[in-house]
Design a protein around this ligand. Sequence first.
Ligand SMILES: Cc1ncc(COP(=O)(O)O)c(C=O)c1O
Length: 184
Amino acid sequence: MTHSSIPFIDLVAQQGKIRTNLEKAILKVLDHGQYIMGPEIEELEKALGDFCGAKHVISCSNGTDALAMGLMAYGIGPGDAIFVPSFTFAATAEVVAWCGATPIFIDSLDTTFNMDPKSLEAGIQKAKKEGLSPKGIVPVDLFGLPADYDAILPIAEQNNLWVMCDAAQSFGASYKGKKNWNNW
Ligand SMILES: Cc1ncc(COP(=O)(O)O)c(C=O)c1O
């Protein structure tokens, strides 16, 4: 019996659909020679902002850097506690440690696999008991499904915490009909 294997992620098929445009775009960059901060950056940021309704877009090389940039902007460091879901891609917690702060893992719901708001309260108390200073929550919209912000945001407000979504898996997803979480 013969069988053919089906690739988990078929990048060849994916590339086939955009190959002509891809080659054209690469040649354009080679022609103008602006490899860093060239006109394509502005074009991309504008298109992304238009797509999700964000006023400001800052592009960077990958999702890990995007998260780190956010944490750096909040100025977190040693002694700070950041609440992250227990089930996510490693980068969500990795960047917290990278900035010198402590990731506190919050249980995930068995229905959506996203952060369990009930466990969040317990995590905040745990961090305080350990002498850490709770600063922010990083919910993850896993597999494109937004976390339960209706439950998470009031907890954040009561505890004076900021909320920064890890939307690496959910760009284009919508929550209550909106693609841009900042427009709640
Ligand atoms: C939820 C989540 N956060 C962050 C990242 C990090 O993104 P990157 O691999 O582009 O650094 C990923 C990547 O898969 C992710 O799934």
